[in-house]
Each structure stands twice: as C-alpha cells, then as structure tokens.
Write a protein that binds this ligand. Structure first.
Ligand code: SF4
Length: 330
C-alpha cells in the first residue's frame, strides 16, 4: 500500500483514521510520522522502546495458540489521548531519542531465538508504526511466525486491507460505546472503530475484544450491554470479550480501581447478550475456557499460565464441538 497521498503542497498520511494533512516538516497527531522531503517519514522505524517475550495470554489472546510465547514490541506515540492510559509512559512520550537500531531481520531473529510462535505489535498503537510492523510481519510469515496487532481499532481502511493475509489476529480495545466520549475524551471515532471491527472480520483476521472498565466512565449497565450486544450480534457470539479492571493511572489518579462487583455485573450482562466466552482480566479471578455446547473445560488457566489444554484438533474432546480461534492441528 501507499502510506500517503499527495494533495497540493500537503501529504495525507494513510496510516490511521485521522488522515492527517501534513505540510513539509509537520508531524501528525501521533508525533511519529512526519512530512519529510515530500514523503512520510516514520520516525520510530527501527527504534522500539519496549521488547519483551510474553505469554500469548497476556496480550490478551485466549483463543490463539494457547500457552505459546509471543515476541512483543512497541514504540513511543499514540493517535489517541486517553486520560486513563495504562501504558502512558510509552504512548504519551514525545521525545524521539535515537536508541539502539533493531532491523526487521533482527526482530524476527530474536523472536525465533526466544522460541516464540508469533510477534505482537503492542504496548502503544501499532498502526502508527505500520511501515515497520509490516516489514517485520512479512519476514515473520516467511519464517512461519504469526503476527498480532493489539490495537485501539482506529486503523485506516487502507491499512486494514493491507493487513489481510499478513496480520493473523487482533485484540481490539473497544473502550466505550459513547460517540461523544470517543471523540472528546479519547480522540477517536466510535463509528469508524465499529466499521473496522467488521472489516477485520471480513479480512479473515481472528478478533478478540478488550474493554477496560473505568469507574464512572463506561461502566453503566446500558453501555456495557451495548458493547456486549454489538460483539455478539455483529462479530458473533463466539468472539471472546475480555473485560479488564482499571487501576489509577496517568491523569485518572483519583478514580478508584474497578470493583469486582462491576466486573461480575459486566460478565452477567455479556452472557445475557449471548457471548460464549467472557474473561475477566487484571484481577485474581481465573478464566478457564469451557465448551459452549457441553461445558467441558477445554483450557484451564491460572493467571497467564495454561495449566491444561484438553483440546483435540481444536475441538472439545467430549462432544467434538469446534472451539473458534487458531489452534494447533494435533
Ligand atoms: S498515523 Fe494517524 S495520527 Fe499519525 S500522522 Fe498518520 S494519520 Fe496522523
């Protein structure tokens, strides 16, 4: 794909839904893409600010190669401005410092050395460093590794089309169901994110959805019900929904942690909406995966560890119902 279009004396960045119009020398809202000599320069290309080997369950992805390791990387910058960001030290960092250069080849080689099965573009919003992510992802696929985006879902239409066949799974943070809140507080657009969720699905990318439940911001019965109903009816009742507990961070230090009762309420609402797989994160609550047909335990977890995987060729060993997701063939 082309990463920008030219319009008179400006460039239009095509990496995310903001479609920033940039004059020579100007940076976009994310702070990491710049009109430099009439081309878009991705200022964080090759300079990840975080590199870790994580369990795949930490992304979180619960229906994607369970118990495997994922090589995770992120840079600085974001195209949103969420006041409760749990990763704000990376996402809101503005100063671009030259660190150590990591070529796409080096990232893939590190992933292989660490026995990872996939690479996750995560920690900050990966669509703002898509040119780097794509170059890594192409090499990763050639070496048999899968690719994962952990994203706010505000990709451009062009990026999602380009991701087809290259990015295998996404975890999309659906932060609210209130268009005003998305626009004014987060700096996004609910309508585009809902369209993008459908677009990921059309493009054959495995989707899990996460919602960080922030007290007083998105925790009403009505809003939780709207999110759950959208996931169940539009993405499908087998789409996993991770409801995650907030802890005070960044500009929201005066809000309390999400009470367990609120998370349990969200769980009940989600089940009523028809969702089969609902997981509560960032708490002591354990999250097994049970068969939607016969309730047999398929994946038993303790925190991010898989204690037992009873799947047989991706199916329930008792009633042979297929578990939706990406699993090993054996
Ligand atoms: S990635 Fe998004 S925020 Fe950044 S310059 Fe491009 S369109 Fe603007």
């Amino acid at each position: 794909m082309h990463y920008f279009n030219t319009q008179k004396n400006k460039l239009i960045c095509l990496l995310c839904g903001h479609y920033c119009e940039l004059k020579e020398g100007q940076k976009g809202l994310c702070g990491v893409n710049q009109n430099y000599d009439n081309t878009i320069k991705n200022l964080v290309y090759g300079y990840p600010s975080a590199l870790h080997v994580d369990p795949i369950e930490k992304k979180p992805l619960y229906h994607f190669l369970p118990a495997s390791k994922v090589f995770s990387l992120g840079t600085i910058g974001c195209n949103f401005k969420c006041s409760f960001c749990q990763n704000w030290s990376l996402s809101q960092e503005k100063s671009l410092q030259d660190g150590e250069y990591f070529s796409p080849e080096r990232i893939v080689s590190l992933a292989l050395q660490n026995e990872c099965r996939s690479i996750a573009y995560t920690y900050n919003e990966p669509t703002i460093f898509y040119p780097y992510a794509k170059d890594i992802a192409l090499l990763a696929h050639a070496k048999g590794l899968k690719n994962i985006f952990v994203t706010n879902g505000f990709e451009s239409t062009e990026v999602i089309d380009d991701m087809a066949g290259l990015i295998d799974a996404v975890n999309v943070d659906l932060k609210s169901f209130n268009p005003y809140y998305y626009q004014k507080v987060l700096g996004g657009n609910l309508e585009l994110i809902l369209e993008n969720l459908k677009h990921f699905k059309r493009n054959g990318i495995w989707i899990e959805v996460t919602t960080l439940i922030v007290p007083t911001q998105n925790d009403s019965d009505e809003e939780l019900g709207s999110i759950a109903t959208f996931i169940a009816q539009v993405l499908g009742s087998s789409t996993p929904w991770h409801i995650s507990a907030f802890h005070p961070a960044f500009k929201e230090m005066s809000l309390p942690r999400t009470p367990i009762e609120t998370l349990q309420k969200a769980y009940t609402i989600a089940k009523k909406a028809g969702l089969h797989y609902v997981y509560i994160g960032n708490t002591h609550i354990e999250n097994d995966t049970s068969c939607a047909a016969c309730n047999a335990v398929l994946l038993q977890r303790s925190h991010f560890e898989v204690l037992s995987n009873n799947l047989h060729k991706g199916c329930c060993p008792k009633c042979q119902t297929k578990l939706e997701g990406v699993f090993d063939a054996h």
